[in-house]
Design a binder for this molecule. Structure first.
Ligand SMILES: C[S@@+](CC[C@H](N)C(=O)[O-])C[C@H]1O[C@@H](n2cnc3c(N)ncnc32)[C@H](O)[C@@H]1O
Length: 282
């Protein structure tokens, strides 16, 4: 079995186009996701941790933050299906002695049973082909009674960073806006009832899901922000799948600049965002 395990499609995507875009825009994405990282870390009781797992850790920003918190008394392991992103994560780890990474599919990877006393994730758990199996596998990697804490996106209509670029692409290409549903992808867990059913069936003792409003902020100007929207997110995916003409690409880019400019507050571009913050006890 390859490192893609039981998630061949996502493995390919995160090692090819999608993963490369995330690696290229790592800094810009981390600044946009800073408020959400703060919400996630405020929920984690670091004092109870000595060996933590970062699921779908990508290029390692949250692993590094946890490694700094556990410095001198604990360690963090990041697991990800994308070697492209882990290459960047390993560069960040070169001067850090309590952070390591595993290239594997978190759904099927054979973790040491009860090897971690806590797990967390920033948007790295919504891509499993079989979420029931993946969350049961992750539970088996946790000491019974310890916590899995993660954030995932709330519904599309509450997240203009996803929805508004899709509307622009629809306007210029006539590609239809498809509701994301529960297929593996960023919005797969937006339905709280669906998510709590997965965690219940996976055997977690309790699962607490709260919905939080926040913002995605960037100091990038509208042209720079539009360049990112052309590469990452639901609008970018929809545009690439629509096989657009050069003129359509230019029209979309121009409207992305306008969309972004409308979200400018002083020197910050700010998108309202809504997430689910989840704490499950193994
Ligand atoms: C939206 S990115 C988030 C990355 C990182 N947590 C962050 O916040 O920057 C989703 C991550 O999940 C990873 N991923 C997707 N499916 C996975 C799987 N089956 N096992 C492990 N990682 C997976 C992707 O490679 C990607 O790095």
């Amino acid at each position: 079995m390859s490192a893609y395990g039981e998630n061949e499609d996502q493995g390919k995507s995160w090692n090819e186009k999608t993963g490369r875009s995330w690696a290229e825009h790592d800094q810009e994405m981390n600044s946009r996701l800073q408020n959400i990282s703060d919400i996630l870390f405020a929920e984690i009781d670091e004092k109870s941790l000595s060996n933590a797992l970062d699921i779908g850790c990508g290029a390692g920003a949250t692993s590094l933050r946890m490694a700094q918190k556990l410095s001198g008394r604990g360690a963090v392991t990041g697991i990800d299906i994308s070697d492209a992103l882990l290459t960047l994560a390993r560069e960040k780890a070169s001067a850090v002695d309590n952070m390591t990474f595993t290239w594997a599919d978190a759904q099927s990877h054979r973790f040491e049973p009860a090897g971690f006393d806590g797990a967390f994730s920033r948007f790295g758990v919504m891509f499993f082909a079989d979420p029931d199996k993946a969350f049961a596998n992750l539970r088996s990697a946790l000491v019974p009674g310890s916590k899995l804490v993660f954030v995932c996106w709330a519904p599309l209509q509450d997240n203009p960073f996803f929805l508004e670029p899709m509307e622009v692409v629809h306007k210029h290409t006539d590609a239809a806006i498809k509701m994301p549903g529960i297929a593996p992808g960023p919005l797969a867990f937006s339905d709280r009832d669906y998510l709590s059913g997965i965690l219940r069936r996976a055997g977690y003792r309790t699962a607490d899901i709260t919905t939080r409003k926040t913002t995605l902020d960037t100091h990038q100007n509208p042209q720079e922000d539009a360049a990112l929207l052309m590469k990452i997110g639901a609008g970018a995916r929809m545009l690439s799948e629509s096989e657009p003409s050069k003129a359509q690409v230019q029209s979309v880019r121009d409207d992305f600049v306008l969309l972004s400019a409308a979200k400018r507050h002083g020197d910050i571009t700010r998108y309202p965002a809504t997430i689910h913050l989840v704490t499950a006890v193994a």
